[in-house]
Structure formats: structure tokens, C-alpha cells
Design a protein around this ligand. Structure first.
Ligand code: BJ8
Length: 439
């Protein structure tokens, strides 16, 4: 199947079909080289390989079928979107393309050069009309997390409808009150799009579905990271599965992630690891990895390291908390519970943001990792500045850390690999010294 089979649909939603086909070709080739050639991949990855081949084909057809039934289709670049409400309305909530450097030159015709690549990439996809998700969305969910995003919405809105939610930058009582009002307003916006009032039961069902998805991802995270002697799946595959959670149908996806976890559980039992025993196990902290941004994972895992999880929005920050539905009978309580869950997200846009540091230290200890990489997209001021406090806390605890700032261009791939290599060497040396001391 693939995009070819859906050419007419893609053209009907305004996709630049020829350019899109070229882009997909490049994406599939990168996937082939970076994923399919890995050794000893779990069998259950076959579903995710299939999904990749249909990422801009069958899945786009499914979303557009929902739209024919007047169900909402909402695109996002941020995990603050209350997806439970969209899913409750029977619709689709999905992450938009924003991980490729191929659209940045177009974006720079409207945006400054020195802002983060994620925003420029996403904006460029809209200008080029090469993201079928953007083209399928009723509206794009925008938020006020960082300056660059906030101002970009005003420009993006000229090309595509954008609904902006005001996310506070502090978590005081009055901020949380406003946040809850914003969630209510978002729900009303969904009702406007569908022309139908949403019931509490529908929203609770949407919440249950999304809670199950997050639970499955947390299970995957534990299997990847909590067994010091066995890493049953590569970090690259772990990241890819997580990335697809922002695109796939949530019920089918949850089932497939759980099937993968069943297989990984068996691998852990049988001590089947995809890495050699002494391979340094690393956590990655920082900004999100939108597909096809696999640069860091590829650099680490082709240099002799293993990535065991991501403290990132395409990672632990997304699935660490669920919505408590216990005793929820009315809309007001449900909105409060949603707000409670979303306000636990420890994005660097908040001040202060000490719970993030506490969480990182706790995760590191639980996972008995060997080191961390603090990864930040270029020009992301919030995460770049916060790295000072995070690395200070890591240093106090004696946790080895490598700080990497990068964008989507392939130019620094060699330099990143060299720095990772040196970091891994120092970790291996430390491990050997510790083992020697223990004798
Ligand atoms: S909740 S991390 S997804 S805002 S990387 S666009 S912050 S300049 S992606 Fe983020 Fe939501 Fe926070 Fe997560 Fe701006 Fe930084 Fe770019 Fe960012």
C-alpha cells in the first residue's frame, strides 16, 4: 500500500503529492538503514515497521474516515493537549511532523533563523504541504510554553486554523484555576468543531483509553530500563515505539505495545539482551525527539552505548502520570482531575521547576544507569538554561553527564559521535575501576 495507494486522498486534502512522495522515500530509506539493520530485534517490532510504511498512508485514510463522520482531528506539537477530550469525542489527536531539517529553508522565509529547529521544521511542513497529518487536522493545538512557539502560532494561523491554550509558567493556585478554565474552553472548542455536546461518560471513556496507553508505555519503559543486566530492546526501537504513540490509533497501539512488552518480559526472564553485558546504560534528558530525529540514538548505539529511556516529552514526561477517575461523576470534577494530571508535567517552561530535578535523580537511581546525556535542541532557551541547574544537581550526586546541543542538520553527527565515544570510554573506565575496587 503506502502513500502511492492514497494519492487521490492526499491530493484532496491539499498535500503536495510529488514532494510528499520524495520526502516519504527519504524517511523510509533512513528507517531502513537505521532500524531494520539492527540485530536481534523483537518479533513484535514487525507491527511498528508496518506502521512506519503506512504512516502517511493507511493511517491518514483512517483519520480522514473519522472526519467524514464529523469526529475531530487535532494536530499538536506539545503534550499539554488534553487528548482525553478529543479521544472521548471519537476523534484523533496526533503529533505533527516537526523532526526533519528538509523543511527548514522554507520556514525561514517567514521565521527567523535563530529559533529552535522543531518549530521551524513544523512551520516548513505546513508551507510545503508535505505533512499529511497537518493537512488532515481540523485545527492545530498551540500553547504558550515558549516565546518562539507563542509567536509562531500567529503566523501559522494565516495558513491553518490554530487554537491556542494559555499554559501558565507557574503553578500557584491562581495559575491552576486559569489552567482548568483553559481545558474547559478547549472542550467547548471541540464541541464547536463537531457540532455536538460531549457527555461526561464520553470524556471518561476517552480518559480511560489514554490512561491505558500511558500505562503500556510506562510498562515498556520499565522493561527497557529497570533490569541492569538485560536491555531487551534497543533505545532506538524504544524511542520509535514511543514516537508512534503520538500518531497511531490509541486502542490498537496500546494492544501492540502490550504485545511487545509480553515479548520483552520473556526476554528479560531468559536474559536475552540486545547489547553486550558491560555496555554503558544511558538515560537521555531534555527536549523532545520528533520523528525522524534519531540522530542522537543512532550516534550512541553505533558507538557502544545503550539508551534505556528518555526523560523527555516523547518519553517519560508524557506517560509518567495518569488521570485519576476514581469517583468522577460530573464534568467539573473531571476537568479538575485533568488539570491535576497536566499540571504535573515538569516542562522547563515552568519556574521554579525543581520537581523535574528530583524526578531525574529518582529515575537515575531506580534504573541504576551509568550516566546521562542532557540533550537540548539549539535555541531552546528554557531547556538550555535549565541544564545549568540539572547538571549542578547531577554533579553533586556524582552522576556523569554529557551535555549536547544540536539541531536537525547532519553536519554535527560526526562531532556528536566523537564526544559520545569519549564519554562512553570514561564510563567504561569508571565501571572497570569500580569492579576492580570491589574485588
Ligand atoms: S511540554 S518540552 S512538548 S513545550 S524545544 S518548541 S520548548 S524552543 S517542545 Fe515542548 Fe510541550 Fe514543554 Fe514538552 Fe519551545 Fe524548546 Fe523548541 Fe520546545
Amino acid at each position: 500500500m503506502g502513500v502511492e495507494a492514497h494519492k487521490d486522498l492526499l491530493a484532496s486534502i491539499g498535500v503536495d503529492v510529488d514532494r510528499h512522495a520524495k520526502m516519504m522515500g527519504m524517511g523510509l530509506e533512513a528507517y531502513q538503514n537505521q532500524f531494520l539493520l539492527q540485530n536481534n530485534r523483537p518479533e513484535a517490532m514487525k507491527y511498528f515497521d508496518w506502521f512506519m510504511s503506512e504512516i502517511q498512508g493507511d493511517r491518514i485514510a483512517e483519520i480522514n474516515k473519522l472526519k467524514e463522520q464529523k469526529k475531530p482531528a487535532v494536530g499538536t506539537f506539545c503534550i499539554f493537549v488534553p487528548e482525553e477530550i478529543i479521544v472521548g469525542a471519537g476523534g484523533a489527536c496526533f503529533g505533527l511532523c516537526g523532526g526533519s531539517g528538509a523543511t527548514i529553508a522554507d520556514a525561514e522565509t517567514e521565521l527567523p533563523r535563530n529559533i529552535c529547529p522543531l518549530i521551524k521544521s513544523a512551520h516548513g511542513f505546513k508551507l510545503q504541504r508535505t505533512c499529511a497529518y497537518t493537512q488532515s487536522s481540523d485545527f492545530i493545538y498551540g500553547e504558550t510554553t515558549c516565546e518562539a512557539k507563542k509567536k509562531t502560532w500567529e503566523i501559522l494561523n494565516k495558513h491553518h486554523p490554530v487554537h491556542v491554550m494559555n499554559i501558565p509558567h507557574m503553578k500557584r493556585e491562581k495559575d491552576l484555576k486559569m489552567w482548568k478554565e483553559e481545558i474547559v474552553e478547549f472542550k467547548e472548542h471541540i464541541e464547536e468543531v463537531t457540532g455536538k455536546k460531549l457527555s461526561v461518560e464520553e470524556m471518561k471513556e476517552g480518559t480511560r483509553i489514554v490512561n491505558e496507553k500511558r500505562k503500556a508505555l510506562l510498562r515498556l519503559d520499565s522493561l527497557r530500563s529497570m533490569n541492569p543486566d538485560v536491555v531487551p530492546i534497543s533505545g532506538k526501537d524504544g524511542l520509535f515505539v514511543t514516537q508512534m504513540g503520538f500518531l497511531d490509533d490509541p486502542v490498537r497501539y496500546t494492544q501492540k505495545v502490550n504485545e511487545l512488552c509480553d515479548e520483552l518480559e520473556k526476554r528479560v526472564e531468559d536474559k536475552v539482551s540486545v547489547f553486550e553485558k558491560e555496555t554503558p546504560r544511558l538515560m537521555v534528558l531534555g527536549t523532545p525527539f520528533a520523528p525522524p530525529n534519531w540522530k542522537l540514538h543512532t550516534a550512541v548505539e553505533t558507538t557502544g552505548g545503550a539508551i534505556i529511556n528518555e526523560e523527555s516529552c516523547i518519553g517519560h514526561r508524557y506517560y509518567k502520570d495518569n488521570v485519576d477517575l476514581e469517583g468522577v461523576e460530573d464534568e467539573d470534577t473531571l476537568m479538575s482531575r485533568l488539570m491535576n494530571r497536566y499540571s504535573k508535567i515538569d516542562c522547563a517552561c515552568f519556574t521554579p521547576n525543581t520537581p523535574r530535578i528530583d524526578k531525574i535523580l529518582e529515575m537515575y537511581k531506580d534504573r541504576k544507569a551509568d550516566g546521562v546525556i542532557y540533550y537540548s535542541l539549539s535555541f531552546c532557551h528554557t531547556y538550555n538554561v535549565e541544564s545549568h541547574l540539572v547538571t549542578e544537581a547531577l554533579e553533586k550526586e556524582g552522576i556523569p553527564c554529557l551535555v549536547i546541543e544540536s539541531d536537525y542538520s547532519p553536519e554535527d553527527a560526526g562531532q556528536i559521535k566523537t564526544r559520545v565515544e569519549a564519554f562512553l570510554e570514561s564510563l567504561t573506565f569508571k565501571k572497570k575501576a569500580q569492579a576492580f575496587k570491589g574485588k
